[in-house]
Design a protein around this ligand. Sequence first.
Ligand code: ADP
Length: 262
Amino acid sequence: NPNKTFEYRIMPYGEEHLLLIARDITRVSQLEEMRKDFVANVSHELRTPLTVINGYLEIIPMDEDADPFMQKAMKEMTAQTHRMQNLIEDLLVLSRIEASSERIYENVVNMPAVLKQIELEANTLNKEKQHTIRFHVAPDLQVYGVETEIRSACSNLVFNAVHYTPAKGEINVHWQSTPQGARFSVVDNGEGIEPGHLNRLTERFYRVDKARSRKTGGSGLGLSIVKHVLSHHNSRLEITSTVGEGSQFSFVLDKELIAEQE
Ligand code: ADP
């Protein structure tokens, strides 16, 4: 039946036989499609009113001797509107990646250039924290992939390290060739993560410390975006962490994806 979606599993059955199990997941996948469409549409619809609110907030004049309560209220409204805009942008990015059918072998991503840009941005983020951020990048290591997606995965991992590492931290970013393929990793000496949280981190909106994460301004969608990007590139996120010592987030892009190497 062409209108049905099945999930198949093959299992050994006795010495000489194989058992094929087909599960009808038509309803589940229809609901999943509806959920994705709904999230994408709502996010898109919320964008316009927010842009209008933000536009007005930016042009309302506030002089030095304005009522302190009004000044505080304006500042808070502006901050919260920006937070909502970031959240909506991340929801749209996530919807786009979930629906992405862009072929990964069609374009070469110039990773050294992408990482240079991320390095510049990382150094302007939370400058007051005075982190030491080092990038160790193999100069000719390029890969096939979707540039916007790979850029977004790498920057989310680097910016998280900046956010979740207390002042004067050390962050090392590596992009190197290994026998398995091209490996990207971000190592920080920040707060670390309890083992119980590790396999839930890539769920949408999952945060270890809800109150504190909200203050960092993140949407709670960053690692979920990373997970989808990597699955689109046949890879997956690996996380190792020790509380009080730091964390390492890494992924390997299969050697078949390596485009050019000196
Ligand atoms: P957020 O917008 O909250 O940063 P993410 O999906 O990027 O959302 O991350 C999910 C949670 O994982 C964060 O709220 C934080 O608790 C934890 N986390 C991510 N990166 C790190 C890190 N480098 N060190 C410690 N905790 C981290």
